[in-house]
Design a protein around this ligand. Structure first.
Ligand code: IMP
Ligand code: MG
Length: 185
């Protein structure tokens, strides 16, 4: 790999390859459309981790009545730490009042972000709130949060990157999801 793209990737192991992700996302979308029973859906992408998953999932809703919106939240803590307090850093543009909201997340780890987002949308008058998460990482959960739709569950407490997921803003563009081994930067 050229230096332009940051040199060789070290200590990374593929967890979910591109074609596996494609198939799983398609199946997940089918299930969501089925559960909607023809009703409309407001899909909200949690930036930036869910960006690639969101784009692929939304494409699979072709023909279904779907609105797309974006939200950004931050939890304190850099690197591989999942912080405590969750803060809204960019508001969505579409009023969720009376709508069925599908939060599209990259990963549910401690569950604090999902808890915050459910509260946010229900507080703003959404009719119902569900979550589609690319990954479930059940090891560090601090509450009873669980996404209604999960593409993959991590079997060990790995730090995942790629397909939207980052470590300090790197690796988001990779087509597959990788586990970063300890010591990888
Ligand atoms: P929470 O701990 O469930 O609130 O998750 C907060 C956020 O931490 C997620 O939306 C991710 O952006 C990030 N995060 C947690 N685990 C990982 C990981 O393994 N890789 C990349 N980001 C992660
Ligand atoms: Mg995130």
């Amino acid at each position: 790999m050229s230096a332009f793209f940051g040199g060789k990737r070290k200590n990374m192991r593929v967890l979910f390859g591109a074609s596996k992700i494609r198939k799983r996302v398609r199946a997940l979308a089918r299930g969501i459309v089925r559960d909607c029973g023809g009703g409309g859906l407001l899909c909200v992408c949690v930036l930036g981790g869910a960006s690639l998953f969101f784009a692929d999932l939304a494409r699979e809703f072709d023909g279904a009545s779907t609105e797309l919106d974006f939200i950004r939240v931050s939890s304190y803590g850099g690197g591989k730490t999942s912080g405590g307090a969750v803060e809204l850093t960019a508001e969505p543009a579409i009023d969720p009042r009376g709508k069925r909201v599908l939060i599209v997340e990259d990963i549910v780890d401690t569950g604090r972000t999902l808890e915050f987002l459910r509260g946010y949308f229900l507080g703003a008058g959404a009719k119902s709130v569900a979550c589609a998460a690319l990954l479930d990482k059940p090891f560090a959960r601090v509450n009873a949060e669980r996404a209604e739709y999960t593409a993959f569950t991590l079997k060990d407490d790995a730090f995942a990157v790629g397909y939207g997921l980052d470590l300090d803003q790197r690796y988001r563009n990779l087509k597959a999801v990788y586990a970063l081994e300890d010591g990888a930067k």
